[in-house]
Design a protein. Structure first.
Length: 245
């Protein structure tokens, strides 16, 4: 992580699990039935959490589309306790993408965090492993926060995905900022926080179900802590310790 006493000009955010809750296990179970997989929402929820954690520990080295299909192949296989082919998983992925206005919710701490940062004249952006920049913008617009963000960088559009440092570098290039002037916030410890740190950015892990006591990477439990993290980076040597006293 970059040294302390930096001026943080921009804060970049992950999308799903950080700004927006896109999980819809009941709806996904219904889609699975359309490809002849009879799954309960709780089976999908459990498998989804397991595969997401595994991928964060050992990212899959595939292109963004192939990685997305493979993620769902493993989720569906684990939830059904049967082998699901890549072709079947691709049908599920396409069915998800074709849904009109799927359920999603803005986390309750998002607006206050963004308003605070914007009030301090911080520049804001999104760096997301997602289908496309246009898809991310539609989601942000739908939940009413698109206007906050100066830049949106999506793996599906860029052809490179987190944890590859290149996707962070592209965001910095478009913002014309140095890594040490930027903080990244995401809900996965390795794919988000440690990957951003490897790219030279300051970073924190948003662990909504955690304790906030982790320090490798630094852990927070709410986006309301982000302004405090920024202040610590700017005033304390060695980067952002936990914002708690």
């Amino acid at each position: 992580m970059a040294d302390g006493h930096a001026k943080i000009h921009a804060v970049l955010f992950d999308l799903g699990g950080t700004l927006v809750d896109e999980r819809d296990f009941s709806g996904w179970a219904e889609l699975a039935r359309g490809i002849y997989l009879d799954l309960a929402p709780e089976q999908l929820a459990h498998a989804y959490a397991e595969v997401e954690a595994e991928d964060d520990r050992t990212p899959v080295g595939l292109d963004p589309r192939a990685a997305h299909v493979d993620f769902w192949r493993r989720v569906l296989s684990r939830a059904s306790e049967n082998h699901v082919t890549a072709e079947t998983a691709a049908r599920f992925v396409d069915a998800r993408a074709s849904r009109v206005d799927p359920p999603m919710a803005l986390y309750s701490d998002v607006r206050r965090c963004l308003d605070h940062l914007r009030g301090e004249r911080r520049r804001l952006g999104v760096v997301s492993n997602s289908r496309s920049e246009a898809a991310v913008r539609r989601i942000l617009d739908r939940v009413g926060i698109l206007r906050y963000f100066e830049r949106v960088v999506s793996s599906g559009t860029e052809g490179v995905a987190k944890p590859d440092p290149e996707i962070f570098r592209r965001a910095l290039t478009r913002l014309q900022l140095a890594p040490e002037e930027t903080l990244y916030v995401g809900n996965l410890p390795r794919t988000d926080a440690l990957a951003a740190r490897r790219a030279g950015l300051h970073s924190v892990w948003l662990h909504r179900d955690g304790t906030g006591l982790g320090d490798d990477p630094p852990e927070i439990t709410s986006l309301l802590e982000v302004p405090l993290v920024v202040r610590r980076i700017e005033t304390s040597p060695g980067g952002p310790p936990s914002p708690r006293p």
